[in-house]
Design a protein around this ligand. Structure first.
Ligand SMILES: [Zn+2]
Length: 445
């Protein structure tokens, strides 16, 4: 019996991650994500996503082209989601209805999916099952899905092991090896090593930062960077504004803790911040968000600025969307005067993120920073660590799981080439054991 892997999306670009595994008559799909640059481009054209059919979204490159899975359709028995990032689960409400299969994810991921579907007024025909890490789901007599605890930049991320009669396929998009996570447990190294004793048949590796010669620093480092900026700078008498990825609940936790120490009133402004933090509250991941006022939508945000101005904005810690300088983000609207907020000299602006290194993002961020500089705002950049494993973490992963085959994932061939080079250094053979994939080109083990 052959085991096949179909790279549906995320192997010819960064984003729209989707992979399918088939063994005999059983198949599973791992992740169904958005291609965020295409989505942002469409949203900023002023058109509504609500009018788009899945076929149109595929054509626009916003979601993966699942037509390549047509012949596997009746075999698909589960859709497993690794974590709650849009580039991994954004397309689920649009594509999952094509399959008679349950949607699986950790409690945070599944609650997030339900919140997205509610917001977009979409409905799943599929059942949605929450599964904790360190547990399994029996797909069929011969196939099982196991969620393994890992760390990343959003909570309850899982590595997914697909157990087949011929061996285990391990899917690691996305992960980092964080030994001091702020929320949740350390990665389950013991389980990875246990799988490695027999050797996994193949591993799909998050290779986004395979070219970075380091071990990705822990979230604890980002926390200390934040502590230094927030508690160690003379910021009294001016508002403090922070932006970070809305999905990074651990980062938001640190921001809230330091905001509280500063005796600032904490307010979360923006739709995606409201969505992620409300989900975290709902599953009781952390209770600190009780301290923060969460305002998601435009009109209410407008009103909140009026009341903040009356009370004195200098009393506030404003946590808002806009770290990528998106047109519709709260930060951009504060700068362009859509919201009543007057930036003044020595206001603090903390970017607890990094501009995604693609040209529109970098240019938009530079323009945004130039405007803030004109106001005389204090800018604190790069108060951040990444959520993706670097080269030395990847080496450790390969050592632990002892794979027969390596599939570099989370990017096009040129970007993930350093993972192939690392694997070759470790004794694997390019083409035979290491496979640089293209979307839609199935490989057989
Ligand atoms: Zn991710």
């Amino acid at each position: 019996m052959d085991v096949k892997l179909c790279p549906v999306g995320g192997y010819s670009e960064v984003g729209k991650n989707m992979t399918a595994i088939k063994a005999g008559d059983d198949a599973v799909i791992l992740d169904m994500g958005f291609h965020l640059p295409s989505l942002v481009k469409f949203d900023e054209s002023g058109n509504s996503r609500r009018n788009l059919s899945p076929a149109q979204m595929i054509k626009l490159g916003i979601i993966p082209n699942n037509k390549v899975l047509q012949s596997w359709k009746s075999s698909i028995k589960a859709i497993a989601c690794s974590h709650a990032h849009f580039d991994h689960v954004g397309a689920v409400p649009y594509l999952s209805n094509d399959y008679k299969a349950p949607i699986l994810g950790t409690p945070f991921t599944t609650e997030f999916l339900k919140a997205v579907a509610r917001d977009e007024r979409l409905q799943f025909k599929n059942s949605v099952k929450a599964i904790n890490t360190s547990s399994s789901y029996k797909v069929s007599k011969d196939m099982k899905i196991e969620f393994i605890t890992t760390t990343h930049s959003t909570p309850q991320s899982a590595m997914i092991a697909v157990h087949t009669k011929k061996g285990v396929i391990l899917y690691t998009n996305d992960f980092k090896f964080d030994n001091h996570p702020i929320i949740g447990k350390k990665p389950n190294y013991d389980r990875l090593k246990e799988l490695g004793e027999k050797g996994v048949l193949a591993v799909v590796v998050d290779s986004l930062y395979a070219g970075h010669h380091q071990k990705t620093p822990s979230e604890k480092i980002a926390r200390e960077l934040l502590r230094d900026v927030m508690l160690g700078s003379e910021t009294q008498g001016n508002p403090m504004i922070v932006t970070c990825f809305s999905s990074n609940i651990a980062r938001l936790k640190s921001i809230c803790e330091f905001g509280k120490k500063l005796n600032r009133k904490i307010v979360f402004l923006g739709r995606s911040l409201a969505k992620y933090s409300t989900v975290a509250k709902k599953i009781e991941l952390i209770d600190l968000f009780k301290e923060a006022e969460i305002v998601g939508f435009g009109d209410k945000i407008k009103k909140k600025f009026v009341s903040m101005n009356k009370e004195g904005v200098e009393k506030y810690l404003i946590v808002c969307t806009g770290g990528q300088a998106e047109q519709n983000s709260v930060l951009n609207r504060m700068i362009n005067g859509h919201f009543k907020f007057d930036f003044c000299a020595e206001d603090s602006m903390i970017f607890s993120n990094r501009a995604i290194p693609v040209s529109p993002n970098i240019e938009n961020r530079e323009r945004m920073e130039a405007k803030l500089e004109k106001f005389g705002v204090r800018i604190f950049k790069d108060v951040h660590v990444s959520g993706h494993a670097s080269r030395e973490d990847l080496r450790d992963l390969v050592k632990m799981v002892n794979p027969g085959h390596i599939i570099p994932g989370h990017g096009h061939n040129k970007l993930v080439k350093p993972m192939e080079e690392l694997a070759v250094d470790m004794g694997f053979k390019a083409g035979r054991d290491v496979h640089l994939c293209k979307n839609g080109k199935t490989i057989t083990f």
